[in-house]
Every structure is written in structure tokens, then in C-alpha cells.
Design a protein around this ligand. Structure first.
Ligand SMILES: *Cc1c(COP(=O)(O)O)cnc(C)c1O
Length: 349
């Protein structure tokens, strides 16, 4: 049948489970264990927004607040419904050369899904044996490059000079640095945006700003690149950002003190958890994110995953080549991590 031949066949990205029970410890989708800023809650409580009119198609209030926060021009900021939306728009707008785009073999699973969806050829570049990105492997002809920094699910941070070497080696193609976790590490590529007009840096409110449910992401690049993204977006759906997302996004950015206090707590819990996991016989790359990608020296990842689930602790496991024994454990509160460690001790005997 001709019809079925012409239907776009896609294998969708499979997100981590979102169980409906409330008595679980959920460490499987890198959500923030702390609530968003009280300023966000206050705004929602006071209903400080109007739903009658369409929102600003450019979400100008939010792009303006982001521009001010990062000391760039408003014309250098593009926002979307989570960074997934922003990155998908970038794929659609910039990866049209017909040459393969490059991304790490072990990385965010959505890159491959978007490449398939938009029929963009791609090449997955292996990491080294310690899960590191090797910049020179990207110094080849390409139709674009994307990688997260820090990388997911490995948690490893690539120093800025190495990020820059990748951007500098491909001046004629777009390089996207996906900084979903950069607030937990520092070392952003944002300062390079002024120097390289082939660089886009993407960010999200989902992890460090505790607002995964609101769906806010953005990217920063040259005015030219951002204007292209806006043209593509306005050819597709002008009103992607709801009035509530715009207003709560601005409120979150305005409360830097709260933001840094939750970051500090998560980083401190992460470092304590690393020490305890080591004692329990786990190995892991040195995470600079809000998760730890850990493998036990003797017990299989599948077994630990299933035993934890019986105890109502959800972590993430990827049934893929070379990483099937690893568990990606999101950093929760100290209490949640203590409970995780108690249960791990039981499981491991
Ligand atoms: C979580 C995540 C995203 C997407 O986050 P949004 O919720 O869509 O903003 C993008 N890239 C990486 C590497 C992520 O881990």
C-alpha cells in the first residue's frame, strides 16, 4: 500500500517512568528534589497573569529577562517548550547540509530520534574507555555537531578549551552545546558565543530551576542564528510559550539567591553520595551534574535496578551496549539519598 510507504516511521525517545504513586523515591529523570523559587509559587498563588489574550509570540518578557541575566542582547535569545523544543528547532533550522551531523555515541537519546525524524544523516562518535569525549574525533567534515556539557548520562564535564577546539574546528557548521546540567558544574560555553558565530548554547529550567513541569528552555547564539530560529518557529506555531510559563520563568530568574542555595545543597548531597557509593563498591565517572552514573563491581545493574524498584526507589537504566550495568541515579534530598544507601546496603549484603 502506497499510503503506508509514505507514513513517517519513527522510533520515539523513551523518557524515564513517571509513576503515579506518591510514596516512592524518584531518582530516575533528573528532576530537582526542591520546589521552584517561592517567587514562582507566589506568582501562581496571586494569579498574577492574564489568560484571556494570546501571549507574546516572542515571549519577550522572558527573552528580555534571560538576556539581562546572561548579559547578552535580547536578539540573541530564543525560548521554547523545554530545551527539547529548542534543540528540535535547531535541528530543523540548521542541519540541512545533507552531510552527517556528529554526536557522542553515549549521550542524550533524543539526538538520534530528532535526526531520524527530520531525516538528517548522523554519525555517533565513540567516547574513550573512561567515557570521555575526545575533541579531535570531531575535527572531521560534518553537517553539524551537538553534545551535552556535562555529558549525559555519563555526568562528565568537558573543559572549556576542549569545547572551544570543537567549535573552532568546524567554522562552517553549527555546533550546539547542550548545557542542561551546566549550573551544577560551572564552565559554560556562553562567553564563546561572542567569539564564534557557529555556536549555540542551550539551557533548560527543568533541572537546576526545578521547573520540569512548566517546560521552559532557551538558547543563546548570534543575532543571525536566533533570527533564523524565530522565522522557523513562526512558520510552525507562533504561540509555544504560555503566559504562565513566561511569567514564572521571569520570576525564577529574579530569585538568584534561592537558585544558588538549592544548587549548593544538591552539589553537597552529590559529593556525599559519591563517597558512600564508592564504599559500597560502585565505580562512576566524576559527575558534575545532578546525577551519578554508577556501576557496581560485582552485582549486575539489572538486578540492583529491579531490587530498588521493589523498595519503591526508581533509578534509570539504559539497556544499551557497554552501559547496561550502569544506573543513572538522580541526586535527591539528603534524606532520599540516605534511604537509597540503606537499601543498596541491604541489596548488596
Ligand atoms: C533533560 C535534558 C534535556 C531536555 O530538557 P527539557 O526538559 O526539554 O528542557 C536536554 N538535554 C539533556 C542532555 C537533558 O538531560
Amino acid at each position: 500500500m502506497i499510503l503506508s510507504e509514505n507514513i513517517r516511521s519513527v522510533v520515539p525517545y523513551v523518557p524515564g517512568e513517571q509513576p503515579t504513586e506518591t510514596d516512592i523515591i524518584k531518582l530516575n529523570t533528573n528532576e530537582n528534589p526542591y520546589p521552584p523559587s517561592p517567587e514562582v509559587t507566589k506568582l501562581l498563588h496571586n494569579r498574577d497573569f492574564s489568560l484571556r489574550k494570546y501571549p507574546s509570540p516572542e515571549a519577550s518578557e522572558l527573552t528580555s529577562a534571560i538576556a539581562e541575566y546572561h548579559h547578552v542582547k535580547q536578539e540573541q535569545v530564543f525560548v521554547g517548550v523545554g530545551s527539547d523544543d529548542v534543540i528540535a528547532m535547531c535541528f530543523l533550522s540548521f542541519f540541512n547540509s545533507g552531510k552527517p551531523i556528529l554526536f557522542p555515541k553515549i549521550s542524550y537519546g533524543f539526538y538520534k530520534v530528532w535526526a531520524e525524524l527530520y531525516k538528517i544523516p548522523y554519525r555517533q562518535i565513540p567516547l574513550d574507555e573512561d567515557f570521555r569525549i575526545i575533541p579531535k574525533d570531531y575535527f572531521i567534515e560534518n553537517g553539524g555537531i551537538i553534545f551535552p556539557n556535562p555529558n549525559a548520562p555519563t555526568g562528565l564535564f568537558l573543559p572549556l578549551e576542549q569545547v572551544e577546539s570543537i567549535v573552532a574546528a568546524s567554522p562552517d557548521t553549527l555546533v550546539i552545546v547542550d548545557e542542561a546540567y551546566i549550573d551544577f558544574s560551572g564552565g559554560s560555553a556562553l562567553p564563546l558565543v561572542e567569539k564564534y558565530d557557529n555556536l549555540i548554547v542551550t539551557r533548560t529550567f527543568s533541572k537546576s530551576r526545578s521547573m520540569a513541569g512548566m517546560r521552559i528552555g532557551y538558547c543563546i547564539g548570534s543575532e543571525n542564528l536566533i533570527s533564523t530560529l524565530n522565522s522557523v518557529k513562526f512558520s510552525y506555531n507562533s504561540y509555544t510559550m504560555s503566559e504562565i510559563a513566561i511569567k514564572t520563568g521571569v520570576a525564577s530568574l529574579g530569585d538568584d539567591k534561592y537558585f544558588h542555595s538549592t544548587l549548593k545543597k544538591i552539589i553537597s548531597t552529590r559529593e556525599k553520595t559519591k563517597a558512600e557509593l564508592s564504599k559500597l563498591g560502585f565505580d562512576f565517572p566524576d559527575s558534575r551534574t545532578n546525577f551519578i552514573f554508577a556501576k557496581h563491581r560485582s552485582v549486575s545493574g539489572k538486578q540492583i535496578f529491579e531490587e530498588l524498584k521493589k523498595k519503591k526507589i526508581y533509578v534509570r537504566r539504559f539497556d544499551a551496549d557497554g552501559i547496561s550495568d550502569y544506573l543513572r541515579i538522580t541526586i535527591g534530598t539528603d534524606e532520599e539519598m540516605n534511604e537509597l544507601l540503606v537499601q543498596l546496603k541491604n541489596i548488596l549484603g
